[in-house]
Design a protein around this ligand. Structure first.
Ligand code: PLP
Length: 358
């Protein structure tokens, strides 16, 4: 069996220790699994220094499930949500709120432009009905990093609450909830945490979640009820993905052993640097300005001197066990290479060499 190396936004290459941690059974009501769940919730809070202010609510499913559950639980019919959009995931957040029948407003930027905090400030001044603001930290559509601290500052100055889709950044990019005014952070198991897919989680300010009892129109997507379940007896409300929990706990232990998010980010930055140093001289151009590109997933334009055929590129690399990702832009032909996952510098050297040899 060839081991695949996944240069994607997730699911990602996992460490062998993560896969081994999943190779057994647990009873959902067993003391050992209840302890594993408690460790999971505590470790997730510690990653962003949130133990004193926020509570952690894991939920079965992919990342979109936790986004939907959070909007259903935190935004009521009496609220108005402003979504800041510069890519597909911002659009998805607005679509979720609309589908739930919530009052939604959006400001949209081009996909190669960051959210501008002064525009957000002006919009909040113009519309006093807005109660919450939502933004994507790292927009996976392109890999663009939005200026979260500056956005959080203008939202706080307006006395409003900020909800952050940190799906592609949590565990690597700086996010200190003891100092950054963010009411709710949403992320999943299988991106920078390098765990298996199948679990999302929310870190929510305790008072905000306490006030959300009975608000969600959905039985399953109710983070208040899900939270009460954990608090009452340490167990999951419905069948837990036991192996995913075990794999993610092991992945969080490995994050700590690596030195925490700062050192993980440094490793991802080295991966991005290798991609740029290897691919730009060949004629592949980064889609974003370099200063906007987060070391999470990089979007490249094809070489102008070659006929671009994504399927052919994909197949040639996949034959060597190297898996890349298609672009997600409508206005430009691109492909994407993830910098995240349990990969090393040498994996990126091998990928660059394989692309160069095509
Ligand atoms: C991956 C991701 C999601 C969730 O996607 P799923 O496919 O549902 O896991 C949401 N937002 C961002 C920014 C993401 O990168």
């Amino acid at each position: 069996m060839t081991t695949l190396r996944l240069f994607t936004p997730g699911p990602l290459t996992t460490d062998e220790r993560v896969r081994q941690a999943m190779a057994q059974d647990w009873g959902s009501r067993d003391a050992a699994f209840i302890a594993l769940t408690a460790e999971l919730r505590a470790r997730l809070l510690n990653v962003s220094n949130a133990a004193d202010t926020h509570v952690c609510v894991p939920l079965q499913g992919s990342g979109t499930f936790i986004l939907e559950a959070a909007v259903a639980t935190l935004i009521g019919p009496e609220h108005k949500l402003l979504v800041l959009i510069n890519g597909a995931y911002g659009r998805r957040m607005a679509a979720i709120a609309k589908r739930l029948g919530r009052v939604v407003e959006a400001i949209e930027w081009a996909e190669n432009e960051p959210v501008a905090p002064d525009k957000v400030q002006a919009a909040l001044q113009d519309d006093p009905a807005i109660t919450h603001v939502a933004v994507v930290h790292c927009e996976t559509t392109t890999g663009l990093l939005n200026p979260l601290p500056a956005i959080a500052e203008v939202v706080q100055a307006a006395g409003l609450r900020l909800i952050v889709d940190a799906m592609a950044s949590f565990g690597a990019l700086p996010l200190d909830l003891a100092t950054l005014p963010v009411a709710a952070v949403l992320a999943s198991s299988n991106k920078c945490l390098e765990g298996p897919p199948g679990l999302g989680f929310a870190l929510i300010e305790r008072s905000m979640l306490e006030a959300a009892s009975g608000r969600s129109p959905s039985l399953s997507f109710d983070l208040h009820a899900q939270w009460r379940g954990f608090e009452d007896n340490g167990q999951w409300r419905f069948t837990p993905p036991v192996q995913v929990v075990a794999g993610l706990v092991e992945a969080l232990r490995l994050l700590e052993a690596e030195g925490g998010p700062g050192l993980r980010l440094a490793r991802y930055q080295r991966h991005l640097d290798r991609l740029l140093q290897g691919l730009e001289p060949l004629g592949y151009r980064l889609y974003l300005s370099h200063n906007l590109q987060a070391p999470i997933i990089a979007t490249f334009r094809p070489r102008p001197d070659l006929q671009f055929d994504f399927e052919a590129l994909y197949d040639a690399l996949a034959a060597r066990g190297l898996v890349i990702y298609p672009g997600k832009l409508t206005e430009a032909e691109t492909f994407r290479i993830g910098c995240i996952g349990a990969l090393q510098d040498s994996d990126f050297d091998e990928l660059v060499e394989a692309i160069g040899a095509l």
